[in-house]
Ligand binder design. Structure first.
Ligand SMILES: *[C@@H]1O[C@H](CO)[C@@H](O)[C@H](O)[C@H]1NC(C)=O
Ligand SMILES: *[C@@H]1O[C@H](CO)[C@@H](O)[C@H](O)[C@H]1NC(C)=O
Ligand SMILES: *[C@@H]1O[C@H](CO)[C@@H](O)[C@H](O)[C@H]1NC(C)=O
Ligand SMILES: *[C@@H]1O[C@H](CO)[C@@H](O)[C@H](O)[C@H]1NC(C)=O
Length: 396
């Protein structure tokens, strides 16, 4: 009787999972990550598609795809909100943590998957700087995640191993210890990568070219939410350089993209960088793949208009992995405007690459750079016929 049940079970599994051991392609049903081919992992998306399927785990590197010879502010960077608040992170205080999480894997994994900006909350705690959630600006042992130096060392290792990459840190900063941030950056070995404040454009000019930042090895941008630190420690005050919409539930009101209180109005082009937040006040993992798809795309459109026709440089989300299927079509998918694409603008470029997941919508032009044509062909080869458009529809 037992054997009989086992056989039935095997037949059943065999008929639903047609591939395994790294042989499953994007959107094929899967039962574990190891079923999925390189660059994809096994995931479910309630409201997006049925069961578990292989989805993309990495984004395409724009610096390689276009080239890295445009100003830093002409590219878009996938940004993790509360990058440090990781599901399953063990307690480092000896007290069980009772607070919410925002991301599903380590900062090293985030970076390896293409995340290029991290939002970190920094606090004085136990005589050091810690990454923490808080109530009233104070870190508690039951809300602390880890000493900041550990995370900064992961970033140092990534920058060391990837000499063409640039990382931006956006700090919600509660550190009051004198030189607290400078000391922890020094301790982590990151100071050598720091992009100097003196080179940051203050009046809306373009940033230096990415290639120039790479050549000079100035590949770490740090912004603090504490205004005074620009004078005391030479750390850029975020809203001198960046406009940003509301965060949390206020940032998710359909059709409404307006600046958070600390930021200048989004139309203020004296700040060359644009940050778009799109995540709820209370992170909900199961809802994130819905939030991070069509809803986010719509908001990126709204914020583009609200920011004086500027696309977001930083797109901040919770549970970023749920973003990847949509990442490449995030910026604009209006087919009517296809012919207006300008290759001078990385966002427009991203738009074309991104609409590839929409399959038949775009026509590849022979005038486009060869690497772009190749990338599109590569993307298309991963799309099983008949699943592409319907997935996008349901995913959105
Ligand atoms: C960094 O740390 C080293 C060794 O402790 C010290 O000599 C140096 O002055 C520090 N640099 C800064 C900018 O704090
Ligand atoms: C947009 O949202 C902000 C933040 O919640 C709110 O203050 C503002 O009144 C809203 N604007 C409109 C037009 O609804
Ligand atoms: C990089 O790409 C831009 C946009 O396509 C182009 O204008 C520029 O000439 C390219 N630069 C290099 C060095 O290839
Ligand atoms: C997407 O699916 C449609 C059928 O729904 C098919 O005609 C089209 O060729 C597919 N596109 C790609 C790129 O596979």
């Amino acid at each position: 009787m037992r054997n009989f049940l086992l056989i039935i079970l095997l037949v059943f599994i065999g008929s639903t999972i047609a591939c395994s051991n790294g042989g499953c392609k994007i959107l094929d049903p899967c039962s574990s990550d190891s079923d999925c081919e390189a660059g994809t992992y096994c995931s479910s998306c309630f409201g997006g598609f049925s069961g578990s399927r292989c989805v993309r785990s990495r984004i395409t590197d724009q610096f390689k795809l276009v080239n890295n010879s445009m100003p830093f502010n002409k590219y878009a960077y996938l940004t993790t909100h509360n990058s440090f608040a990781i599901v399953g992170e063990p307690s480092h205080t000896g007290v069980p943590r009772t607070t919410f999480t925002n991301q599903e894997d380590t900062v090293s994994q985030q970076l390896n998957n293409g995340v290029r900006a991290l939002m970190l909350d920094t606090y004085d705690f136990q005589g050091e700087v810690w990454l923490c959630h808080s109530i009233g600006g104070k870190c508690n042992d039951f809300t602390a995640f880890e000493p900041a130096v550990d995370t900064l060392k992961e970033i140092e290792a990534f920058l060391g191993a990837n000499p063409s990459e640039i990382i931006t840190l956006i700090l919600e900063d509660y550190v009051h210890a004198p030189n607290g941030l400078t000391n922890v950056f020094n301790q982590s070995g990151l100071l050598k990568f720091l992009f100097p404040l003196s080179r940051m454009p203050l009046s809306g000019q373009d940033w230096p070219l990415v290639s120039d930042m790479v050549t000079k090895n100035q590949r770490l941008l740090v912004f603090t939410s504490m205004r005074a630190k620009q004078n005391t420690e030479g750390i850029a005050y975020q809203w001198n350089f960046m406009v940003e919409n509301h965060y949390g539930d206020d940032g998710m009101k359909a059709g409404n993209c307006s600046n958070r209180a600390e930021s200048a109005p989004l139309t203020d082009t004296s700040k060359s960088l644009v940050l778009t937040n799109y995540f709820p006040s209370i992170p909900i993992e199961a809802a994130s793949c819905g939030h991070n798809s069509a809803e986010l795309i719509n908001m990126l459109h709204v914020c583009h208009g609200a920011a004086g026709n500027r696309w977001a440089n930083f797109v901040a989300v919770d549970f970023y992995k749920a973003f990847h299927q949509m990442m490449k079509r995030s910026f604009e998918t209006d087919p009517a405007r296809e012919s207006t694409v300008s290759w001078k603008d990385a966002s427009a470029y991203t738009r074309i690459i991104s609409s590839v997941l929409d399959g038949s919508r775009i026509r590849v032009s022979k005038r486009w750079p060869l690497e772009v044509q190749e990338e599109i062909a590569e993307e298309r080869s991963h799309l099983p016929d008949g699943r592409n458009r319907s997935l996008i529809r349901r995913g959105g």
